[in-house]
Design a protein around this ligand. Structure first.
Ligand code: S3P
Length: 435
């Protein structure tokens, strides 16, 4: 377990590209493995989550090869093979939950395991709809958690009203629906990221999006015939978000991020920052599939804001950063309707609130969020701040540390590699200092 010391800086900013989108990379790994032929993927994330999913797909019969930064995935044409060993999904909730959907209707038995953090995360949320479709799922962890064993069975289509706004559960049910008899409809309580839907469209898998209702027509146990495609993965907005926040909160600082995903279901942080007073512009360059473009940020003195409701799923992974921005803003910032944060890679409400307090920030925790009171002076915590194995906690705290009154020690930062292996290099590139 490695730790890092982050030093405060007086200037920060510049221009960069961030690595590939984690959600998109993992969906591509799965769908390219399902397809017939070789897909050529540009910008695939080499972070651990995407690599765990890719390795799982190779254990199921696909093959893959990097040529420079291009990834070639040769698919199974829908004929997955039963893996010899349990599939280890590492830290990846997306990999585990989506793959469960893809495998529920295959004629084989597969066990999935994961690291300590993933093994604490709720899997009942996918077991329920999959069982309604006729799947056989066993969760042998203590509380509806991993390990999970799926014994593939014939599936029937269902209409499923999601009890929570979750793109992972939505995608799991849609993937299972492809292998079911009849139609599967998922009804979302609020719109969530739609990368699965967009990829289905790119791969010409019929999908019907009607407001919050998304339907696929099942192809039965053989699944759909999908042809391999060449696809470019956008830069991950959630990785760019760390630098966007670090620059937005520094009056006069400037940042340009190129080649980054601009899917509106991911970029609500930009709206929040505009409300807080930052100057933000975007330029759309690629409109087909998942949109890609450039983000320009100019920092300003920020003021507190309130986030909640439909905005939450569109900035779900950025909420620890919103709390960090709240600490740097004048006045109070209120986050509500975000109880889902408690079941992410860590309890992001409790951990973020605790860490902000360690900097001297006044925070009230709510069951579904927190209120952060902006503080003029951030005192460097005496004790190292634990990541709790959560990449976004480690990186959000690194951003806050850039504004502290002295160096800050961050414990167990290895988890950063799950989504952003180049994080520390990019921190230096923009003028930060860590050791
Ligand atoms: C993801 C969906 C979100 C998000 C996660 C990735 C996805 O999770 O927090 O980082 O790839 O679909 P939920 O679906 O659990 O909200």
């Amino acid at each position: 377990m490695h730790s890092k010391t982050v030093h405060p800086v007086s200037t920060f900013g510049g221009e960069l590209c961030v690595p590939g989108d984690k959600s998109v990379s993992q969906r591509i790994a799965m769908l390219a493995a399902l397809a017939k032929g070789t897909s050529v993927i540009k910008g695939f994330l080499t972070g651990e989550d995407a690599m765990s999913t890719l390795h799982a797909m190779c254990a199921l019969g696909a093959s893959s090869k990097f040529e420079g930064d291009v990834l070639k995935i040769t698919g199974t044409g829908g004929k997955f093979k039963e893996p010899a060993n349990p599939l280890d999904l590492g830290n990846s909730g997306t990999g585990t939950r989506l793959l469960a959907g893809l495998l529920a209707g295959q004629k084989m038995t597969v066990t999935m395991i994961g690291d300590e953090s993933l093994s604490r995360r709720p899997m009942g949320r996918i077991k329920d709809p999959l069982e309604k479709m006729g799947a056989k799922i066993e969760l042998t962890g203590e509380k509806g958690t991993l390990p999970m064993t799926i014994s593939g069975t014939p599936l029937r289509g269902i209409r499923y009203e999601l009890p929570m706004a979750s793109a992972q559960v939505k995608s799991c049910v849609l993937l299972a629906g492809l292998f079911a008899e009849g139609k599967t409809t998922v009804v979302e309580p609020r719109p969530t990221r739609d990368h699965t839907e967009k990829l289905f469209q790119t791969l010409e898998i019929p999908i019907d999006v009607n407001g919050l209702e998304i339907s696929v027509q099942g192809f039965g146990p053989l699944g759909p015939q999908v042809d391999a495609r060449d696809i470019t993965v956008p830069g991950d907005f959630s990785s760019a978000a760390f630098w966007i926040a670090a620059v937005a909160a520094r009056p006069g600082a400037e940042l340009i991020v190129r080649g980054v995903g601009l899917n509106p279901r991911r970029t609500a942080l930009l709206d929040v920052l505009k409300r807080m007073g930052a100057q933000i512009k975007t330029e759309l360059i690629e409109k087909e599939g998942d949109p890609i473009g450039t983000i320009y940020v100019r920092g300003a003195p920020l003021r507190g804001t309130a986030v909640g409701g439909d905005e939450i799923p569109n900035l779900i992974d950025e909420l620890p950063l919103v709390a960090v921005l709240g600490a740097l803003a004048q006045g109070k910032t209120v986050i509500r309707d975000a109880a889902e944060l408690r079941v992410k890679e860590s309890d992001r409400i409790a951990v973020t609130a605790g860490h902000l307090r360690a900097f001297g920030v006044e925070v009230e925790e709510h069951a579904d969020g927190m209120t952060v009171h902006g503080s003029a002076k951030l005192t460097a915590p005496q004790e190292p701040l634990a990541s709790h194995g959560d990449h976004r906690i480690a990186m959000s705290m690194a951003v806050l540390s850039l504004f502290a009154d002295g160096p800050v020690r961050l414990g167990d930062v290895d988890c950063v590699a799950t989504s952003y292996p180049e994080f520390w290099k990019h921190l230096e590139k923009l003028g930060g200092k860590s050791e």
